[in-house]
Design a protein around this ligand. Structure first.
Ligand code: NAP
Length: 248
């Protein structure tokens, strides 16, 4: 397949220790990229790192960072280190997120609200702000924001999760508009849809996970958006139905 589609690329993935992010990191590495694994649980990142090294792929980087508490200064320090080491960033997958509570808004705990907004929205904006100069230094760079069906159409009881994803889509649109015709950075939004992960099980505890698609099945889309195959694609929204169009 895609063995060399990302050859020599430097790609940062947030939430790379578990779920979709973990699978994407492995697939990007298999396609030739040097992947930078950002997440809050170092043991999980180390296990992805080991898995990638064991396959003889490009050595990944581990970035332990809790997006709930990381200050802009810490993110700037990360950008400085990446500049020294790689000199550019070819891809950025904003994937990390938390679900928060699924209760009526009137019962929503406001500390949880602020944490969800911080991880899912504010941290993604600040990280983008600090890493954009590195994206400008790449021949072309792809930024992917991960949304959700309730991000596009917020629904009752999805609380800060839906609002944070709605805001993220708005931010992605704003950024895409600003970068259009002025840079070689493309910005797109991806809604993975119901996928067999821990977050989905938390949101739908009575659902049979075997009825859901796996993160692996989404990977053609994740690779498409990160590789030159999508070089002309900008300010678009993708979801699993886009997989069929890729096949066509
Ligand atoms: P997941 O299995 O819960 O994985 C989320 C990842 O984000 C984990 O690696 C987690 O790290 C990381 N993360 C959470 N809080 C963090 C923090 N404070 N700092 C750094 N990293 C943090 O979720 P998933 O299902 O793979 O979801 C991936 C993306 O797809 C999310 O943006 C989600 O909203 C979106 N999505 C998923 C579905 C679905 O059905 N699965 C549907 C629509 C959209 P730890 O493992 O260390 O906790």
């Amino acid at each position: 397949m895609s063995e060399s589609k990302l050859s020599g690329r430097v790609i940062l993935i947030t939430g790379a220790g578990d779920g979709i992010g973990r699978v994407a990191a492995r697939h990007y590495a298999e396609a030739g990229a040097s992947v930078l694994l950002l997440g809050r649980t170092t043991e999980k990142l180390a296990s992805v790192y080991d898995e990638i090294l064991a396959k003889g792929l490009a050595k990944p980087g581990i970035i332990p960072m809790d997006l709930a508490t990381a200050e802009p200064k810490e993110m700037q320090e990360l950008a400085d280190v990446l500049y020294e080491k790689y000199g550019r960033l070819d891809g950025l997958l904003h994937n990390a997120a938390i679900l928060g509570s699924r209760v009526p808004f009137e019962s929503y705990d406001m500390n949880t609200w602020m944490k969800v907004m911080q991880v899912n929205f504010n941290a993604a904006c600040i990280l983008t702000r600090t890493l954009l100069p590195l994206c400008h230094l790449a021949a072309s760079s792809s930024i992917i924001f991960t949304s959700s069906g309730v991000g596009t159409n917020p629904r009752a009881y999805w609380g800060a999760y839906a609002v944070s994803k709605h805001a993220l889509e708005g931010f992605a649109r704003l950024l895409a508009d600003e970068l259009e015709n002025t840079s070689k950075i493309r910005v797109n939004i991806l809604n993975p849809g119901g996928t067999r992960t821990r977050m989905r099980a938390e949101a739908f505890p009575t659902e049979d996970p075997s009825t859901l698609k796996t993160a692996e099945e989404l990977m053609p889309l994740y690779l498409y958006l990160m590789s030159d195959d999508s070089i002309q694609v900008h300010n678009q929204m993708f979801d699993p139905s886009s997989l069929e169009k890729l096949d066509a």
